[in-house]
Design a protein around this ligand. Structure first.
Ligand code: ZN
Length: 474
């Protein structure tokens, strides 16, 4: 039986590093740093997250594609900012067997440069637009900083959507839709988040602007889960993605991308877990209800039979159920499934069978309820739903408690978490704040309230143009 050494309430980072392995999400012993093995339980969990992403992509008329992992150097080098942004993180393939390749290939760090030369051949006329594609693949970045499972890795499981539009406005509509997708998806993961319009000096390489999706971890650091990029025609020009307009002229497409990574899982682990282990949101938990038989010698077969009847009843409703029939004492089973974050546990013993009931236990509260067999399905669905709401509410409280809107740097220094300050709009002032607060610029809120213009920049004292958010980041 795995034992936890660290408590989330005492040392979040160590707790995190330990729990991802103890709960069977990943194995960090693979001999390349930052490339972890997905264990079956962790991969199942990720695949349920991917499923939600696919549902959202389908609902919004994106088409799934699968582009090659390798990108020729020539394609990669067409957009200058992009190369500058990624150049140092790229893994190159230089040899095939003993022979040096005539042209180097790289492992995709992201797929713009793989897709866009092909898009320029797919798109001919305005009737081909919008082109909305996505893929769920692994990408590669040579991380030099300390790696952390799901949060900072060298092989990254992620989804990337790439769209092409007739003009800037149509691309803007896509970005509005992307924001709604983030709202729906992250709600299912019970994760409150903020959008931040990234500062000019820290936007995605080649983008016109970038909006990040950030969550707050219990350590007070923020974690960027994904981003939405407006490219304008920054890529369609070098990659020659044009179309024939209704008037018969030729124009460059406007493009967007949208990406989120396995960090979604990192956030789920970090934000919802507790000292006992993971707490998984019911929508993505590989097992939603674990059934533990309470066994005595003479009633063993009978109890198993009822457990399987209950399992079948719930499985028929589309729920993910597991009956833990192992020859292990129930206490150890409880411990293990709590560690793995299964939302609900059902206990069934001989006395429950005579009373025509089951015992239902919620992972997050530990509350035990006797549920009549006749009411089982309703009770399980209701309890899963209530648990999702509790997880979201709890995370919202954390985000709110650790977000501080202040007028001066002295005030800012008193807090950890997300600090929102009035800012004049110059790089110099923001970079100075970064240095003083020892944090990073997250960006501006995407909806800025006018009242900020009555305030003064915390650094130079000139009239503020906007709010700016800062935090320590992962
Ligand atoms: Zn200033």
């Amino acid at each position: 039986m795995p034992e936890t050494k660290f408590k989330k309430s005492e040392d979040f980072n160590e707790w995190y590093n330990e729990i991802v392995e103890l709960a069977d999400l990943c194995d960090k012993r693979y001999p390349i740093k930052g490339m972890n093995v997905w264990r079956p339980y962790g991969w199942k969990l990720m695949s349920h997250v991917d499923k939600l992403i696919r549902q959202e992509m389908d609902k919004t008329n994106h088409q799934e594609v699968m582009f090659p992992l390798l990108i020729p150097e020539k394609s990669f080098q067409k957009e200058a900012d992009h190369i500058e942004g990624f150049g140092s993180e790229v893994f190159w393939i230089t040899h095939a067997g003993q022979n040096e390749l005539e042209e180097r290939w790289l492992l995709r760090p992201t797929s713009e440069t793989a897709m866009y030369p092909v898009f320029s051949q797919w798109i001919r006329s305005h009737a081909d637009l919008p082109l909305k594609t996505y893929q769920i693949v692994n990408s590669f970045r040579y991380e030099t900083k300390q790696t952390r499972a799901f949060i900072r890795v060298r092989e990254i499981h992620f989804f990337e959507a790439h769209t092409c539009h007739v003009d800037f406005n149509d691309a803007e509509c896509q970005i509005e839709q992307d924001k709604q997708i983030a709202d729906r998806l992250l709600k299912k993961l019970c994760l409150p988040f903020i959008f931040n319009k990234r500062p000019e000096w820290d936007k995605f390489a080649g983008a016109f602007y970038t909006i990040s999706i950030d969550v707050l971890m219990p350590s007070g650091r923020t974690l960027q889960l994904g981003s939405i990029h407006q490219y304008k025609d920054n890529f369609s020009k070098p990659y020659d993605i044009t179309y024939e307009t209704e008037e018969g002229t030729h124009a460059h497409c406007h493009q967007t991308t949208y990406g989120m990574s396995e960090r979604l899982l990192g956030a789920v682990v970090g934000i919802h877990g507790d000292d006992t282990g993971l707490i998984l949101p019911p929508d993505v938990s590989p097992i939603q209800v674990v059934i533990v038989p309470i066994i005595f010698k003479d009633t063993r077969e009978k109890v198993f039979t009822v457990c399987h009847e209950v399992a079948e009843q719930l499985t028929d409703k589309g729920l993910r159920i597991h009956v833990d029939q192992r020859d292990v004492n129930p206490g150890n089973k409880f411990y293990e499934w709590e560690l793995k974050g299964v939302p609900l546990r059902i206990e069934i013993g001989p006395r429950d069978i005579s009373n025509n009931q089951v015992v239902l236990v919620s992972r997050d509260t530990g509350e035990k309820k006797n549920i009549a067999r006749d009411d089982l399905i309703n009770a399980v669905e209701l309890n899963l739903d209530e648990m999702s709401q509790r997880l979201l509410k709890r995370a919202e409280v954390l985000l709110k408690e650790k977000t501080h809107i202040v007028d001066t740097l002295d005030e800012a220094k008193e807090y950890d978490g997300i600090i929102q300050l009035p800012w004049c709009g110059t790089d110099r002032c923001a970079l100075e704040v970064e240095e003083i607060l020892d944090g990073n610029t997250l960006g501006e809120p995407i909806t800025n309230d006018e009242s900020v213009t009555e305030k003064k920049c915390v650094t130079c004292g000139k009239p503020a143009k906007t709010w700016m958010r800062f935090a320590k980041t992962y």
